[in-house]
Each structure stands twice: as C-alpha cells, then as structure tokens.
Design a protein around this ligand. Structure first.
Ligand code: NAD
Ligand code: WQD
Length: 328
C-alpha cells in the first residue's frame, strides 16, 4: 500500500510543489491548509499535473490550531509521516504522538545561520535569530530536539532551506505572495510583468564580487525532491532528530540573479540602488555535503533554469492564481 503523508501548508508555494512530487513518487498526500496565504487553485492544479496520481490527493481546508478537527483527521486514517510547511509553533505533535505517528519533516531556514563568519554554512555552525521569523525557526528546531530527547521513537528531519525560487516547469503552479513581495525573485517577477516599476537593490557596498548580497538560490522542484529524500531517510532505523541544509552550494549575487532573469525573460529589469536592508547578511550559501551523503540528494538545476521557470510561471500567471486561467 502506498504511504500516506500529511502535508500541512500544502497549498502554499513550497508545499504545492512538494505535494506534486509526492504524488508522482507514488505517495498519497493529505493536505491541511487554511488558505490564509494560498489558494485552492494550487491544489486543483497539482491534482491535474499529477495525472493518474491526482486521485491520491485529498484536501482539507482546516486550521492547524483547530485541535478537535486535527484529532478527527488523525482518528480517520493512519499517517506514515507529517511534512510541516504551515510554519506554526503548534506542530500538533501531541496529536501525532497520540495516534502513533512519530515521523516529522519540518521546514527550517538558512536564516538560522544569521550573518555567517565563513561560508559555506555547515549544519554544525552556531545558530541564532536575526528577527522574529528566525526566532520561530530556532524555537521549533529546539522543540523538535527536545521531543526526540524525551521520546526516542520520534524521527525528525529539520530541513534548512536556502533561497527557494522558480516554479514547476509547466508554469501552472508557482509562488504567489500577497501584497508587496519581500523576497528578491517575486519582486523581480512583478517588475517583469509590469506590476512594479523597478527593483530596489538593497546594498551595493558589500565585500562581494559586485557589491551586492550573495545567496544560495535553489529551484523549488529540487527543494521538493529534497523532501522525498528526507521521507525515505525517516525509514532509516538510525535516524533520530537530524538537520540538513537544502541548497546548491553556489553563491549568486543580486545583480547576477537579475541578469539571469533578464536573459531568461527578454525583459529589462530597471534597478534603483539603495542602502543595505537592516539585518541582511553579506554572503550566505550552503555546504551540501551532508544532504548529498546522507539523503542521497543533490540539486539538479542552476540559476538559468530557475529564472526560465520563474518567468514561465510569471508570464502565464502575471497576477498569480488570481490571473485568468492560463493555456497549458
Ligand atoms: P506559504 O505561505 O506559501 O505556505 C504556507 C502555507 O501554510 C500556506 O498555504 C498557508 O495558507 C498555510 N497555513 C498557514 N497557517 C496555517 C494554519 N494555521 N493552518 C493551516 N494552514 C496554514 O510559504 P512557503 O514559502 O511555501 O513556506 C513553507 C515553509 O517553509 C514555511 O514554514 C516557511 O517558513 C519555510 N521557509 C520558506 C522559505 C521561502 O523562502 N519561501 C525559506 C525558508 C523556509
Ligand atoms: C535576497 C537578496 C537582499 C529584495 C529571506 C529569509 C529566508 C528565506 C528567504 C523564508 C538579499 C536582496 C531582496 C529586494 C534586494 N525566507 N533584495 N531587493 O533575505 O536571503 O532570505 O527570505 O521564509 O529565511 O531570511 O532573501 O530574497 O529577501 O533577499 O536587493 O527587493 O536580495 O538584500 O541580498 P533573504 P531575499
């Protein structure tokens, strides 16, 4: 029988891509999402993209903080593992444990490396919080380590994502932030489709190749596949609570990323140079060795593919899921 995975936040950007890879990999996926930051359209499109596997996707519009509803869901079926994207402290681990489901994959972030003294960042680096968001990631990581310490039947994988960008190559699902995007690529994409006049480049005086910040951008489909690899790892009897970086190991500057996007889209991205954004690090990129060695996973795509797929999504859906239905 195929394994049944509960995916919290599965209608969101990373969740929707991961659910698709799960279905294509022969898993059953039960998505719980309150659609606070997403649209049910993403679920419907994932189901379509999954073809004959689409019927293995079940969606519940539900708030994770609704404990009785969560209890009812766990009582109705057995879950082999939970992938938790919904980014909340209420992991519902008590409900999981009560129903004998003690396998968890949690979305952490490279933000826990703060302003690293050296790069690449290995999983052993000291971790810290640069802002309240980072604080939640630190806190939940710590909670997960405590859960495992108090009950060694738990198997938990903490995935530290670097900078997820791009979209599924169909251009049918992608990132659709509400309001003004905080992150670089969603902003660039909105400039390209004419929703915003220009990109503000935060900081041109860093000690980097061109003075702009350097990050490790990773294609969201590679990231999604990293979750499939993590699920397989959860079946390894030796695993307890482990942390893995999901990045490419390559650093790319803001200006390099903009140039790659201009090449992929054929659109000019006007820029305005500005001061540093408070709290931003200079250079952050991953050491990928541990994930390669222990998860047998490695990112396949480079920045050209990331930008092509981002543009394919953007041009077909200039207003995200609120756009008119694209032609496939
Ligand atoms: P997203 O906002 O697109 O997806 C999160 C989903 O969770 C949304 O669909 C939202 O509606 C749902 N959700 C939120 N609160 C909920 C609740 N109480 N009950 C049910 N559903 C709820 O975000 P994303 O970019 O896909 O990120 C997923 C996870 O990865 C988050 O934990 C995020 O912090 C982490 N992460 C993201 C990035 C990034 O750059 N996108 C980087 C590092 C880590
Ligand atoms: C990348 C580079 C900016 C916007 C954060 C979180 C991380 C993850 C991704 C989790 C930096 C520059 C950006 C703009 C710019 N999120 N930039 N103009 O800051 O590396 O990481 O988001 O949910 O955990 O810490 O990503 O995309 O915001 O910035 O010049 O309008 O682009 O200064 O150098 P960041 P980012």
């Amino acid at each position: 029988m195929s394994r049944n995975i509960l995916v919290t936040g599965g209608a969101g950007y990373i969740g929707s891509h991961t659910v698709l890879q799960l279905l294509l990999g022969g898993y059953k996926a039960v998505v719980v999402d309150n659609l606070d930051n997403s649209s049910e359209t993403s679920i419907n499109r994932v189901r379509e993209l999954a073809g004959k596997h689409g019927s293995n996707l079940i969606f519940h519009q539900m708030d994770l903080r609704d404990k009785p509803a969560l209890e009812k869901l766990f009582a109705s079926q057995t879950f082999d593992a939970v992938i938790h994207f919904a980014g909340l402290k209420a992991v519902g681990e008590k409900v999981m444990a009560a129903h004998g489901c003690k396998k968890l994959v949690f979305s952490s972030s490279a933000t826990v490396y703060g302003w690293p003294k050296v790069v690449p960042c290995t999983e052993e680096f000291p971790i810290c919080a640069m802002n309240p968001y980072g604080q939640t990631k630190l806190f939940i990581e710590e909670m997960c380590r405590d859960i495992y310490k108090s009950d060694s039947e738990w198997k938990i994988i903490l995935l530290r994502y670097f900078n997820p960008v791009g979209a599924h190559s169909s251009g049918y699902i992608g990132e659709d932030p509400r309001g003004i995007p905080n992150n670089l690529m969603p902003f660039v994409q909105q400039v390209a489709v004419g929703r915003r006049p220009e990109l503000t480049v935060f900081g041109t005086d860093y000690g980097t190749k061109d003075g702009t910040g350097v990050r490790d951008y990773i294609h969201v489909v590679d990231l999604a596949d990293g979750h499939i690899a993590a699920l397989s790892k959860l079946s390894d009897p030796s695993i307890g609570c482990e942390v893995y970086n999901l990045g490419t190991g390559k650093g790319t500057s803001v200006l390099e990323m903009v140039a790659a996007f201009e090449k992929a889209s054929g659109k000019e991205i006007p820029i305005v140079k500005a001061g540093r954004r408070p709290g931003d690090a200079e250079i952050v990129y991953a050491s990928t060795e541990k994930a390669e060695r222990e998860l047998n996973w490695k990112a396949k795509y480079g920045i050209d593919e990331m930008c092509q797929d981002q543009w394919n999504w953007a041009s077909k859906n200039p207003y995200g899921y609120g756009s008119p239905e694209p032609t496939k």
